[in-house]
Design a binder for this molecule. Structure first.
Ligand SMILES: N[C@@H](CCC(=O)N[C@@H](CS)C(=O)NCC(=O)O)C(=O)O
Length: 282
């Protein structure tokens, strides 16, 4: 079979993430099948790190799916978790499902990521879902957008529309944040933060690859939305400075060729194909 066109990526974590991977190579009952570059993986990796749950990190290339991954997850996507059970370990996949599992299966590991109150917990889930069902698909529509070939203003109209749609989703999400924060639900990091964080530390892709860049207004330039963008900046600073975020991030140059393929709309991942077909996250 010809190699998957996206399979030629840097083979392992680098920079700070490599240090962390080296600390988690030893055999553990809980195993994370991961791709160093994958934002869905980073969601789960962040949770394991924040909660200090012991785990073994196993690097796999999901575009060159090894049998070890496919037997656990027939979809062949990362993250996939192998969880301890008698007599045999049991697999789990889907990043948001894994996050909820970790919260329930390791109740003694703090911080807790969902509120105690049933209503507040349900409300948090609305905004967790909003990230996966709205923000990430529009991130990808914007990133994969290609101008139709005409020049001048018309060429940019579609791109501007995609950018505006993405920014509107960020604003809608930000409006729901706790007033002071700095995190979504208040002082402590929680699931809404963890599900979006991996994409916000990749927002540089728009400045790197898309004409006009990301488009979030600079401080003091947000006009009638200045209050929303100011809250966004507070949240972003809290996320970007979080130890777990820094330690699960690899060196920038290794992300560049992967995201260039998305920006050129050449990527053939399930996510890239779903975006082209007008579908959501696979
Ligand atoms: N809905 C899945 C999405 C996971 C996903 O798309 N992972 C990508 C890597 S970032 C993957 O494994 N892609 C393999 C492929 O497209 O064949 C989740 O939340 O875990």
């Amino acid at each position: 079979m010809p190699a998957h066109p996206d399979s030629n990526l840097y083979p392992e974590a680098s920079g700070p993430a490599k240090v962390l991977v080296n600390q988690h190579r030893a055999e553990q009952p809980l195993k994370l099948y991961a791709g160093w570059f994958c934002p869905f993986v980073q969601r789960v990796w962040l949770a394991l790190e924040e909660k200090k749950i012991p785990y073994e990190y196993i690097e796999v290339n999901p575009y060159n799916k090894p049998e070890s991954l496919l037997t656990l997850n027939p979809r062949g996507l990362v993250p996939t978790l192998s969880t301890p059970a008698d007599p045999h370990p049991r697999p789990l996949y889907e990043s948001t499902v894994i996050l909820e599992y970790l919260e329930e299966a390791y109740p003694d590991h703090k911080p807790r990521f969902l509120p105690e109150d049933a209503y507040e917990r349900a409300r948090a889930r609305i905004w967790i879902d909003y990230v996966t069902s709205r923000i990430i698909p529009s991130f990808h529509r914007f990133l994969q957008y290609q101008s139709a070939g005409s020049s001048g203003q018309n060429a940019d109209a579609g791109l501007n529309e995609a950018r505006q749609e993405f920014l509107n989703h960020l604003k809608a999400w930000t409006k729901e944040m706790h007033t002071d924060g700095p995190f979504f639900l208040g002082e402590d990091i929680s699931l809404p933060d963890l599900v979006l964080a991996p994409w916000v530390v990749r927002l540089w892709v728009f400045d790197e690859f898309k004409s006009g860049g990301l488009g979030v207004p600079r401080e003091g330039e947000g006009g009638s939305d200045e209050g929303i963008w100011s809250r966004w900046r507070t949240w972003l600073a809290a996320v970007e400075s979080r130890r777990s975020i820094k330690e699960t991030t690899s060196d920038l140059p290794h992300y560049l060729p992967i995201y260039k393929r998305y920006a050129d709309n050449a990527a053939q991942s399930e996510l890239a194909k779903a975006t082209r077909a007008g579908r959501g996250v696979p």
